[in-house]
Ligand binder design. Structure first.
Ligand code: NAI
Length: 456
């Protein structure tokens, strides 16, 4: 009898499995392929490897601006793909070793709830039953599409196939300028593809601060990405050699279409109908304090959970919260107010807490301060001055949210994460001294302005 059986070996599931060792729980982790889930196998990690290749290529192209002449760089797509695979394989091996050292039984097969436990169907058809005191569902999500764009694996694809393209497509249409669409637009645009990015709403990364989205769009355009916002596409016409994407009386002709319009939960074949677990359009409803579903002792974490962000690090935190409740009965809810969101474009766009619009909508009397990178010494040295910092605070109150767009924004955002999480007043946060010269000084400057005392 296991204390916990976890179905799904992605970030939510493996974090739960790893964390359980702190309490001496007997744990099984059921996974139908390699451990790692979407993030490690075909999401965050491989995408960031491709983004790094694109960044190095873009830097090599402008090396002469720094007085370094390297000639016209060429891209060895196959070498970049291999590097991505080596990184993923290494991390999978590391994770497998860690699970083993924590005495987690990793059981290969398809897991389904059955008779209070979990039934695991192996590839060879053999079915094994696991008795469990508690079950954590962590089966993740899969790409969804739109009418007229059924995935066929070659012409119309999701990020899953695009990460493994054996060569760079010359012409690509990307539908959806959320995190996935924007990251791929950067990868492909920077490395020389003709990229058409379509977004139904009125800016790239809808939901981000408009100033930051505008700055990102500007940088993307410089890399050759053709952005069309506020535009819906008609059904694709798929030929043997090409695809036609119609829109508003016009069309583009491309080699591949990447659909990135969001991800759907994977919950349709889990045996949920035999339980009291409540499901809303495929997403599982949980008590946010414990991650427990309406069926006692069945928990859900990660992308399948209704109403929480589909982010690996949110999944980690939810896995920890579920195990804490299972092991101790204590409530340790995830603090969703201060989960950073990073889009790993070039420049990176990172945010935490509320945007100005969200803060106003929530009824706050809002104050906003921002500072561009144009006057920041380190940004000038790096040749990356297109960014800015924006801090949203309550009038005479704490910092509610912040956005950074610029070099290393995904790292810089974490100091603002503390500010938001600890409800710091701008003057409290501004009291600390940032090293000079750093990009972080832009944050220091913005905080000083927010405290009513600007310097530069
Ligand atoms: P998303 O929800 O972030 O973006 C989808 C975009 O597609 C939206 O902007 C939406 O307005 C647009 N869209 C929907 N239907 C459309 C249509 N018919 N025509 C044109 N545009 C349309 O979803 P995405 O990018 O697929 O990512 C899935 C999930 O994975 C998200 O929750 C995302 O946050 C997460 N993710 C996070 C990353 C990160 O944190 N860096 C990287 C990749 C994914």
């Amino acid at each position: 009898m296991y204390d916990v059986v976890i179905i799904g070996g992605g970030p939510g599931g493996y974090a739960a499995a790893l964390y359980a060792h702190n309490f001496g729980l007997k744990v099984a982790l059921v996974e139908k392929e390699r451990v790692g889930g979407t993030c490690l196998l075909r999401g965050c990690i491989p995408a960031k490897s491709w983004l790094k290749t694109a960044e190095v290529f873009a830097h090599a192209k402008k090396a002469s601006e720094f007085g370094v002449h390297v000639g016209e760089p060429t891209l060895d797509w196959e070498a970049a793909l291999n590097r991505k695979n080596v990184i993923v394989d290494g991390l999978v091996r590391g994770l497998s070793g860690l699970l083993k050292s924590r005495q987690v039984d990793v059981i290969e097969g398809y897991g389904r709830l059955a008779g209070g436990g979990v039934e695991v169907a192996a590839k060879d058809g053999a079915v094994r039953r696991l008795e469990a005191k508690n079950v954590v569902l962590a089966t993740g999500s899969k790409p969804r599409s739109i009418p007229g764009y059924d995935f066929d694996g070659t012409r119309i694809v999701s990020s899953r196939e695009a990460l493994d393209w054996s060569e760079r497509p010359n012409r690509v249409a990307i539908i959806g300028a959320g995190a996935i669409g924007s990251e791929f637009a950067l990868i492909l645009g920077s490395t020389g593809s003709e990229v058409h990015l379509f977004e139904m709403l009125d800016q790239v990364i809808p939901g981000a601060e408009p100033e930051a989205a505008k700055a990102l769009a500007r940088e993307m355009k410089k890399k050759g990405v053709k952005i069309r916002t506020g535009v819906g596409v008609g059904p694709a016409e798929v030929g043997d050699e090409r695809v036609v994407v119609p829109f508003e009386g016009d069309y583009v002709e491309v080699d591949k279409v990447l659909v990135a319009v969001g991800r759907a939960p994977v919950t349709d074949d889990l045996g949920l109908e035999t339980t009291r677990v409540e499901v809303d359009r495929g997403f599982i409803e949980v008590d946010p304090n414990t991650m427990m579903t309406a069926e006692p002792n069945i928990y859900a974490v990660g992308d399948i959970v209704a109403g929480t962000p589909q982010l690996a690090h949110a999944g980690f935190a939810e896995g920890i919260a579920a195990i804490t409740h299972i092991a101790t009965g204590e409530i340790a809810p995830v603090d969703y107010r201060a989960i950073p969101l990073v889009v790993y474009t070039d420049p990176e766009l990172a945010s935490v807490g509320l945007t100005e619009a969200a803060a106003r909508e929530a009824g706050y009397d809002v104050e906003v301060h921002d500072h561009g990178m144009r006057g920041v010494g380190r940004a000038i040295i790096q040749g990356e001055v297109g960014g800015l910092v924006k801090v949203v605070s309550e009038k005479d109150g704490p910092i509610l949210g912040a956005t950074v767009i610029g070099p290393s924004a995904g790292e810089l955002i974490h100091e603002l994460m503390y500010a938001v999480a600890w409800e710091a007043l701008p003057a409290e946060a501004a009291a600390f001294i940032h090293a000079h010269p750093t990009i972080s000084e832009a944050i220091g400057e913005t905080l000083l302005s927010a405290a009513g005392r600007s310097l530069h």
